[in-house]
Design a protein around this ligand. Structure first.
Ligand SMILES: C[S@@+](CC[C@H](N)C(=O)[O-])C[C@H]1O[C@@H](n2cnc3c(N)ncnc32)[C@H](O)[C@@H]1O
Length: 396
């Protein structure tokens, strides 16, 4: 079931609109669970054995699996259904947003104040954002349709509720909650006072940081103003103390050694390799010694098998995610080291979802230390876990 957003920017839908959202969310769940499982069976029962007979070995990479599957009708069916469902996600939310836009915009304007939103009109929007309707989302992140526009924020928030078919929690913040609580339980002495979320979009996961470390000063940065306006209103309506600032993560205005934690989720894979390196260096520059850089991301290719790599890289080919595959092929630890972090200060982990179990149960689960890298990691389906990596900035 798609969710009603749990804040004042939730929009009233007609019965037809709600039914459409329900249908699209169910379709996504069907494609990503039932059809995905069936495609894997087809691969194992038919495509892989055929490949093996021909090449006297199994496919060794995601690219080989992809090539081998290309002529398989079920792969074509799956891909076509998934692309259609993706477009339907955005299309299903645009009508109710358009119909309610005036009241939505008025509510947002009332909620935003100078304290929690800092716009920079002269910021140059990077090409990875301005020139791309990333994941087939119309207008991408930064398109502005009027002054003080919040359209792309509204599309993202409402769209994510449908896209995630109930798997991201009521506030769509399960990634942030899982990452933050993993760190809170694993490093109980780490109490960040100043946190920055790079590429925060509508602040749904930024809010999880503010909830977990309620005394911290939390700032979400992004290059896209319509997202940040929406994020500022969203957090305010939830009585969360989060600031939003329009900045490029490549070059922020935070002083050297001033931040305890730099966080991001699902951000790095939307950057070119060149920009990603600069972002790592920027995180290193602004972190205090003893501070933590933490990224939630797609799991790296070298830690998964050929089929899972094909499955995760699908978005690079069919979902307007041009940097996805390149990111997954990189070595996260080497990137951290290149940015200045010491090799031994690197960390990586997988975490179960925090949202749907008690805090005690969650703690027990992460202590069991059996969170292997498997086909549940980073893959939206009925059972999933998240991958995180990062590094501590050396104290001395
Ligand atoms: C996939 S979204 C991140 C999603 C969000 N963090 C979450 O938890 O779901 C990527 C975001 O990064 C922003 N972005 C892209 N390049 C950026 C840059 N150089 N600096 C800051 N934000 C950037 C985009 O505008 C977009 O909002």
């Amino acid at each position: 079931m798609p969710l009603e957003l749990q804040h004042q920017l939730n929009i009233k839908k007609t019965l037809d609109e709600s039914s459409k959202l329900d249908f699209v969310a169910s379709l996504r769940a069907f494609v990503l669970n039932d059809m995905a499982n069936k495609m894997r069976s087809r691969y194992e029962d038919k495509v892989e054995p055929t490949f093996e007979r021909k090449h006297k070995r199994k496919p060794e990479s995601g690219t080989e699996v992809h090539k081998a599957l290309m002529d398989e009708q079920y792969f074509q069916f799956y891909s076509s259904m998934r692309c259609t469902a993706q477009r339907m996600v955005w299309n299903s939310v645009i009508d109710p947003i358009e119909r309610n836009y005036d009241s939505l915009s008025e509510t947002a304007t009332k909620l935003i104040d100078a304290d929690n939103l800092d716009e920079n009109q002269s910021l140059e929007i990077p090409r990875n954002v301005s020139a791309l309707d990333v994941h087939l989302s119309p207008g991408g992140y930064s398109k502005e349709y009027n002054d003080h526009d919040i359209t792309t924020g509204a599309i993202y928030d409402n769209g994510l509720a449908v896209f995630s078919f109930g798997m991201m929690g009521l506030n769509l913040d399960d990634i942030g909650m899982s990452m933050a609580n993993y760190i809170r339980h694993t490093f109980p002495d780490f109490k960040p006072e100043k946190i920055v979320d790079f590429g925060c979009t509508v602040g749904h996961n930024t809010s999880a940081l503010a909830k977990t470390w309620s005394d911290a000063e939390v700032t979400g940065i992004d290059v896209a103003a319509p997202l940040l306006r929406y994020a500022a209103a969203r957090s305010k309506s939830q009585n969360l103390n989060v600031k939003y600032s329009q900045q490029d993560a490549e070059k922020t205005d935070f002083p050297d050694n001033s931040v305890d934690m730099v966080f991001s989720s699902m951000f790095l894979h939307e950057l070119s390799a060149k920009v990603r390196k600069k972002v790592f260096k920027e995180a290193y520059r602004i972190l205090k010694p003893g501070g933590l850089m933490l990224h939630m991301e797609l799991p790296p290719a070298d830690q998964l098998g050929a089929y899972d790599n094909f499955y995760l890289d699908w978005d690079s080919y069919y979902n307007n995610e041009p940097y996805y595959k390149g990111f997954r092929a990189e070595n996260c630890q080497a990137n951290c080291v290149e940015a200045g972090f010491a090799e031994e200060d690197y960390l990586q982990f997988t975490t179960p979802q925090y949202t749907y179990i008690s805090d005690d149960e969650y703690q027990q689960k992460i202590n069991q230390d059996d969170q292997d890298m498997d086909d549940k990691v980073g893959r939206l389906s009925n059972e999933l876990s998240w991958y995180g990596f990062g590094a501590w900035k050396n104290n001395g």
